[in-house]
Design a protein around this ligand. Structure first.
Ligand code: SF4
Length: 423
């Protein structure tokens, strides 16, 4: 099935024109199946009257919609978090364009219907606050606080610099209640600049809370239009930044800025955890947050490199025939042709400087085991402490310290008589 199938072109929104004829995404397929599922369940559960005389009827239960219209595993596997992050180079140019916006830019783009301070404040809020368009449109006058009472010091007791952050009150949104989030100080500065010149206006009705409120981004008593950011502001910023309106992922939209900021905060060297990020984005359910934050491959690579730094690959010899007979079957290589027959070698306190307990397999015996049929040679990754790492790298002082520390520590218990190789 493709985009536009079974749909009248007359009723099709024009902004989908570019996608007509393209295959549906796995997520769109799953949503369509869910719609049919819910519709069929409703028909089966809710009696519907056809004509005044007829009795209400339901659809006979000849099939189970949950089973008949379930998402096939092949499609389900293709659905996963895929934040539509804006390309880094384009995003930095957009940020710079929003920061350096000037009055002539508006005139050249025929966007003079709003005061410059309003456009500048909307642009900065869009770029730096990670809000949904609806939240931007419903911000209220006085939503910025330069300090929070409890923000004078962070957990480590250091004070947060005055010009680093300010606090933005976000109204009730589609998933959560009103909350306050820290944002870049420039957002506060630009909003305050707009509030200084904002003319007095009549209150407007907030459709989410049913309250009469003073909308921040309102001019002549009318809020900025829902399509203002996508239809006017982003083209203006793209023109100023001299970048295309689309990148490899698709059109640059208001919502993609939210994903880009969330991803940047999550992947920063000391970035936010998934819980903190969810709170910052105003999510009630952390499953929603994972759709905005994807671990960047370079951060993943750094974590793996960090993990590898403190681990070693150890050679292990496995005898499947002995394992089948219940005899010692796993032998860890200790060096110089010798092995350790302790299956819990990794937890032995002397593993880096073997004390040759009864489970020590000397070179000559080890050669006999190596000659057995069906022996497997494997590598096992073993985490090392910093001290063990120094010993493994040949640091003689560290080795002396290691031995000295453990000279009174008992060698491990033998699991059975069969494990005695060094009587
Ligand atoms: S002391 Fe025994 S258990 Fe520990 S490494 Fe040496 S042989 Fe293995």
């Amino acid at each position: 099935m493709k985009v536009g199938d079974w749909c009248s072109r007359k009723t099709y929104p024009s902004y989908f024109n570019h996608a007509i004829g393209k295959p549906l995404t796995p997520r769109a397929k799953a949503s369509l199946l869910q719609i049919v599922r819910s519709f069929s369940l409703d028909l089966q559960d809710t009696p519907i009257r056809h004509g005044k005389e007829r009795a209400p009827r339901t659809l006979p239960r000849r099939f189970n919609p949950l089973r008949a219209f379930r998402v096939p595993p092949a499609i389900y596997r293709l659905i996963g978090p895929a934040p539509r992050v804006i390309d880094d180079k384009l995003w930095l140019k957009l940020l710079h364009a929003a920061e350096s916006l000037e009055k002539p830019d508006l005139r050249s783009f025929q966007l003079g219907m709003y005061p410059f301070e309003l456009v500048q404040a909307v642009a900065t809020t869009w770029c730096l606050s990670g809000l949904r368009t609806d939240e931007i449109r419903r911000l209220r006058v006085g939503c910025i606080r330069s300090r929070m009472e409890d923000a004078f010091a962070n957990e480590s007791g250091e004070s947060i610099p005055n010009d680093a952050l300010c606090f933005l009150s976000v109204p009730v949104n589609k998933t959560g209640t009103a909350f306050t989030k820290p944002v870049h100080w420039l957002v506060g500065k630009r909003i305050e600049a707009w509030e200084r010149v904002r003319p007095q206006q009549t209150l407007g009705l907030d459709p989410k809370t049913n309250e009469m409120v003073n909308f921040l981004f309102s001019f002549r008593g009318i809020r900025i239009a829902p399509e203002y950011v996508n239809g006017h502001l982003i083209p203006l910023l793209c023109a100023k930044a001299n970048i295309p309106l689309r990148d490899a992922v698709g059109k640059i939209t208001a919502h993609r800025a939210r994903a880009t900021i969330a991803s940047a905060l999550y992947n920063a060297p000391e970035g936010l955890g998934i819980g903190e990020l969810g709170q910052w984005l105003g999510h009630k359910d952390l499953r929603s947050t994972q759709y905005y934050a994807k671990l960047h491959p370079t951060r993943l690579a750094k974590s793996i490199a960090r993990a590898n730094k403190n681990s070693r690959l150890i050679q292990v010899m496995v005898d499947p025939t002995a394992a089948a007979k219940g005899e010692p079957a796993i032998f860890y290589y200790l060096g110089d042709g010798a092995y350790c027959a302790n299956p819990a070698w990794a937890s032995c306190p002397h593993r880096m400087a073997c004390l040759k307990c009864p489970m020590y397999v000397a070179k000559e015996t080890a050669q006999l085991i190596e000659a057995r049929d069906g022996i497997l040679r494997l590598m096992q990754e073993v985490p090392l402490t910093d001290e063990e790492k120094s010993v493994a790298e040949g640091d003689v002082t560290a080795l002396d310290r290691y031995i000295e520390k453990r000279k009174h520590v008992q060698t491990p218990q033998i699991p059975s008589e069969l494990h005695i190789f060094n009587p």
